[in-house]
Design a protein around this ligand. Structure first.
Ligand code: FAD
Length: 339
């Protein structure tokens, strides 16, 4: 495949995962990653980074399982290797609790995490307002460490990195044979896809080393995730809100809700506050844009999209990256002249 050039746009967890998958699996292809913002300034950097899934009725369950399993297994190997502290990846055990018994007591991902079980009555005693709970071990992936680690891995595989904004994908067609778009919320303009919407999330980092288990309310709004550097507590989900400022009101609400689940948090110091915008879409878009191949000077360049992961981008990044790799391979095989 000598001479074939692939560019990945986006330096968040989806972009770097995709770039690493391509560079490591197609060693004869030259891979460049372009991004406007890099760690620590991407949305991925502030994510709580807990691996979880929720049922998306618009994506086949088998595909959701594949994406999640691939990410979980990949990160579990890192968590159990000597790279764990540098990569910021750890196993994390705890509880997801519900005020009402959910319809699906053993969700599709229950056999993909470790040790999933329904909580006992004795365990539920400490959550008097909740009637049902699930205990399991998952993974916490702290992207402020994971992204620099992935970048190193990418460079080791021969990848090149450049910090710059791309105004439209056509501009890249003169220099590359395949364009992979992992620009998250940037896809509103780069892919002309206004169905990608911001969902604002605010979180706080607390100094509370005595907390070792995650607690996650099934309402999706309230969570306590102990990590390597502090305990992330949250959160908010404000659809269509572009405000990147930390709001005092949100801070108060988060502290109140989280302290009602874990009273010792009232004694913890706030280390930092952060706001990020989830790149929300009805479904993540992982596909080749066949009809609208980028054309310039008579050349036709394939665009592979991989964006729109909403609130579970860290949980799905490796899985969708492997799928994007498959699409890149297919596109290169389809163009024999370049092989
Ligand atoms: P980003 O990290 O936003 O990266 C996009 C990249 O594209 C950036 O480098 C950007 O500069 C680049 N880009 C955009 N436009 C252009 C352009 N025109 N030219 C060049 N580059 C461009 N997920 C989980 O799985 N678990 C969690 O516990 C979790 N917690 C979260 C908590 C909060 C408060 C928030 C806000 C999100 C959370 N998420 C979580 C979701 C997760 O953060 C996102 O799904 C994920 O970060 C999306 O990654 P991405 O790479 O697509 O986007």
């Amino acid at each position: 495949m000598g001479g074939v050039r692939v560019v990945v746009v986006g330096a968040g967890v989806v972009g770097f995962s995709t770039a690493v998958c391509i560079a490591e699996n197609l060693p004869h292809v030259s891979v460049t990653l372009l991004g406007e913002k890099f760690s620590p300034e991407t949305t991925s950097d502030g994510a709580a980074g807990i691996l979880f899934a929720h049922h998306n009725p618009d994506v086949p369950v088998e595909q959701q399982r594949r994406w999640f399993k691939s990410s979980f297994d990949h990160l579990r190997l890192i968590a159990q290797s000597e790279d764990a502290p540098e990569a910021g990846v750890m196993l994390s055990s705890g509880w997801q609790i519900f005020r009402d018994v959910p319809e699906d007591k053993t969700p599709y991902w229950s056999d993909l995490v470790l040790g999933f079980r329904i909580m006992t009555e004795r365990e539920m005693v400490r959550f008097p307002e909740h009637r049902f709970g699930q205990a399991f071990t998952t993974i916490k992936c702290e992207c402020s460490r994971y992204l620099p680690w992935l970048e190193k891995r990418f460079r080791r595989a021969g990848g090149q990195v450049e910090q710059r904004r791309v105004d439209n994908l056509q501009d890249l067609s003169g220099s590359f044979d395949v364009i992979v778009n992992c620009s998250g919320l940037g896809s509103r303009s780069l892919a002309a896809d206004v169905s990608v919407q911001p969902v604002r999330g605010q979180v706080l980092k607390m100094e509370a080393p005595w907390l070792q288990h995650f607690i996650w309310d099934g309402d999706g709004l309230t969570y306590i995730f102990p990590g390597i550097q502090g305990v992330t507590i949250g959160g908010t989900r404000q659809g269509g809100d572009w405000n990147l400022q930390v709001e005092e009101n949100d801070t108060r609400g988060i502290l109140k809700r989280c302290s009602s689940l874990e009273p010792s948090l009232t004694r913890a110091r706030i280390l930092s506050s952060w706001v990020g915008l989830r790149p929300d879409r009805r479904t993540p878009r992982v596909e080749v844009e066949r009809e609208v191949e980028v054309k310039k000077g008579g050349r036709s360049v394939t665009v592979v999209h991989n964006y729109g992961h909403g609130g579970i981008g860290v949980s799905l990044a490796w899985g969708t990256a492997m799928e994007a790799l498959g699409l890149v391979k297919k596109s290169l095989q389809g163009n024999k002249a370049k092989l």
